[in-house]
Design a protein around this ligand. Structure first.
Ligand code: TRP
Length: 450
């Protein structure tokens, strides 16, 4: 039997896991949900969610992975043999492929925007109508959206096919520092813009009169999605760690990195948006319609436009890698399928499932598929809003009660004879607070309005 993959270094793991976490969720979604939910108040609840829910579940997943040295299905099976719990592992695998299918469609858009902005298509004071027209013409071209989906998934499967250390670790080790560099350059530039102070005020000065339950729940949901929790990605990545790696500090590093990137994405976007008096509430099209408007006017827009979309593409790629890896690790561990074949098989399934999502932005069957939503929106709702919280809820119950929070806590410790900082709080949190909040989220997602 071939030896199971392993990270070469703890830093390699941290970059790979941060790569999974940092994605379209941080740079595309975080700013627009923050914008829609009143700016700074949302940021405040987001940070609380990251600390008291995200980090807690992150440790639960990583410890389960490292303790068992298995893919999600194998991990549940090893702790509780021949029980229905391994269904949670399967749920994670399906969720991963489901998310991969539509996430890669949007990732494909970033490639196109990188391409056309490099060609200078946004230079020369375009009107908002012209920019909207570029967007609609592109997304309603099925040949383009499907081809780009294929390119993106192929790239991802290719990297995953090369293995844990010589594929994932190697590539994320190159891409993440590059991403961070671009992020810093763009943030500094953004702070020099005339709209900076107005943008920062919106982003950083909370107006607590805007607090409501729905906003708080969407902050929690955003935290889980952004940290790649609830479908076994962190179980899988944790399973390639060894005893000598420090789980406690790596967990904090991954979470801190992810939060910092989301924060900086806001620093880039809000000053830019306010510089031309635009609305931060554009929603989904914020980075594809609002930002190009500013790039077409800003002095260095011709340079920073392509750089921004390149950043977005890198962030997406290091995330799709983890989505492919979960199902791949199952096929390799449990089904004895050679890694390259497994990685491309997972990619092929996600591609086929992604085609209707790629067609969702063209007029036709998939643009209004059911319940008044497009196929892509429906997939997002099903996998990100329902399946992820369900997976995280079951995982927290499993770790808290079936495996036992006390046992899991020992796995997180760096020295087995000494509690990690906050251990008692963590045990309480994973057993009571996390399941409670996730149950409320799930009830709202299933029966609430919106
Ligand atoms: N976290 C990524 C983002 O913010 C997306 C992602 C990758 C993800 N793997 C995941 C989300 C697993 C949930 C579960 O864009």
């Amino acid at each position: 039997m071939a030896k199971r993959g392993k990270w070469k270094s703890t830093l390699g793991f941290v970059l790979a896991a941060a790569g999974s976490a940092v994605g379209l969720g941080n740079i595309w979604r975080f700013p627009y949900v923050t914008g829609k939910n009143g700016g700074a108040v949302f940021l405040f609840f987001y940070i609380l969610s990251v600390l008291f829910l995200g980090l807690v579940v992150m440790y639960a997943e990583l410890s389960l992975g490292r303790a068992t040295q298995k893919n999600p299905v194998g991990a549940f099976e090893k702790i509780k043999p021949s029980s229905p719990w391994k269904a949670v592992g399967f749920l994670g695998i399906f969720t991963g492929v489901g998310i991969l299918s539509y996430y890669s469609v949007i990732a494909g858009w970033t490639l196109y925007y990188f391409y056309i902005s490099s060609l200078g298509k946004f230079s020369g004071n375009l009107t908002q109508a012209q920019i909207d027209e570029i967007f609609s013409a592109f997304v309603s071209n099925p040949f383009l959206t499907i081809s780009l989906l294929l390119v993106f998934i192929f790239l991802t499967s290719f990297i995953v096919s090369k293995g844990v250390s010589s594929g994932i670790e190697r590539w994320t080790g190159i891409l993440m520092p590059l991403l961070f560099l671009i992020l810093l350059i763009l943030s500094i530039y953004s702070l020099t813009l005339p709209g900076a102070s107005e943008g920062l005020k919106f982003y950083l000065k909370p107006d607590f009169s805007k607090v409501n339950l729905k906003m708080i729940l969407s902050a929690v949901g955003q935290a889980f999605f952004s940290l790649s929790l609830g479908m076994g990605a962190m179980i899988t990545y944790g399973s390639y760690l060894s005893r000598e790696d420090n789980l406690f500090s790596s967990g904090i590093e991954v979470v801190a990195f992810d939060t910092l990137v989301a924060f900086l994405a806001g620093i880039i976007i809000f000053p830019t948006v306010f510089t031309y008096g635009l609305s931060p509430q554009a929603g989904v099209p914020l980075v594809f319609k609002t930002l190009p408007f500013t790039f077409s006017r800003l002095p260095l827009g011709r340079l920073f436009g392509p750089l921004f979309f390149f950043l977005l593409a890198i962030a997406a790629l290091t995330s799709t890698i983890s989505l492919v890896e979960v199902a791949t690790s199952y096929l390799v561990d449990e089904r004895r399928i050679p890694r390259p074949r497994a990685a491309f098989l997972v990619g092929a399934v996600a591609f086929l499932l992604g085609i209707p999502s790629a067609l969702s932005t063209s007029p036709g069957l998939f643009s209004r598929f059911a319940f008044g939503k497009s196929f892509l929106d429906l997939m997002d709702y099903l996998w990100a809003n329902l399946s992820l919280p369900l997976g995280a809820l079951l995982l927290s119950i499993f770790v808290g009660y079936v495996w036992g929070a006390e046992k899991a806590a020992v796995e997180i410790r760096f020295r087995k004879d000494r509690k990690f900082p906050g251990e008692d709080l963590w045990i309480y949190d994973i057993k009571y607070f996390v399941p409670l909040v996730l149950a409320v989220i799930l009830l709202f997602a299933a029966f609430g309005s919106s």
